[in-house]
Design a protein around this ligand. Structure first.
Ligand code: ATR
Length: 271
């Protein structure tokens, strides 16, 4: 957990809001998730964030979940009140909010989603909620993309073979890379673009190192956004749930700058 930026983001926000609460990160083994959550309830903690790969387990532990968490079948935020565990999911809304400055008022007509895991599910549900007209999911294992599409309202989302994704690129489209493939030079299973359409945007949910795809798009003059804004805005949305108070845009901007500076300092540190 030493690498997590969440304590820095959350504790900076809590201090700015002058709320006497601390946010701690703790490593967990899969067998310890249930005991840890019940321990936090017993300690009368306000709530907790849950990260990959425990979001589905957290969902199963909840007494109640919000409609969006139910749709995503995963919780990254738990709140504890009167011994009850209430689950929510701020990943999708955090991702979408983080995208707005770079979209700058534009609404993509078409979104191409690479990957069909839990992160892709959160993105697809958000794209549906945002009424993006055309949504296409591409996955290395086609059955998994088809399975995801079957969970969704009929006709809203199409599954396609991963190797065909470049054919769906169009000006102004939004490409969302939801997998961890292609990170730090590792091989991904999709073809790379040799040209990038006008106004198209690549959003990757990863942050910390540039992927081969991101580097390729950037070299072609395309716009790329990493997953750091998503991390900050999902944290802000988590605080809103726990405190019942929204963070100001200026505080959110400060948190994003702080997170970016820390990430860059860490990456440039020797070793
Ligand atoms: P998460 O919940 O974080 O999304 P996941 O459920 O394990 O993680 O999903 C990982 C996604 O990354 C999947 O879409 C996976 O494709 P498969 O379903 O075919 O496994 C995708 N993925 C992982 N490594 C990949 C690679 N080298 N090339 C392409 N896709 C990859």
């Amino acid at each position: 957990m030493g690498h997590s930026l969440s304590p820095l983001i959350q504790n900076t926000a809590l201090a700015a809001l002058e709320v006497p609460i601390v946010y701690l990160a703790a490593p967990l083994e899969p067998s310890g998730v249930e005991a840890a959550v019940h321990g936090l309830v017993a300690l009368q903690a306000l709530g907790t964030n849950v990260t990959v790969p425990y979001k589905e387990v957290a969902f199963a532990l909840c007494h109640r979940v919000t409609p969006r968490a139910r749709a995503m079948r995963a919780c990254n935020v738990l709140s504890f009140a009167q011994g009850e565990i209430v689950g929510d999911n701020t990943d999708g809304v955090g991702w979408w909010r983080g995208l707005q400055p770079i979209l700058d008022g534009a609404r993509p007509h078409r979104a191409l989603v690479l990957g069909a895991g839990g992160a892709a599910r959160a993105v697809v549900h958000t794209l549906i909620a945002q009424e993006i007209p055309e949504i296409v999911v591409f996955n290395r294992t086609p059955e998994r993309a088809e399975q995801l599409v079957r969970e969704l309202p009929p006709g809203r989302v199409v599954a396609e073979a991963l190797e065909r994704w470049l054919r769906f690129l169009e000006p102004g489209c939004l490409v969302v890379q939801t997998t961890s493939a292609g990170w730090n030079g590792t091989a991904s299973s999709w073809p790379l673009p040799s040209s990038w359409p006008e106004g198209a945007l690549l959003s990757e949910l990863l942050y910390g190192r540039e992927t081969v795809l991101a580097a390729t798009v950037r070299a072609l003059g395309g716009r790329v956004q990493d997953g750091l804004p998503m991390l900050v805005y999902q944290a802000s949305e988590s605080l809103r749930i726990w405190l019942g108070q929204a963070l100001s845009p200026s505080l959110e901007a400060r948190l994003l700058t702080l997170a970016r500076d820390h990430l860059e300092a860490r990456l440039s540190a020797p070793g």
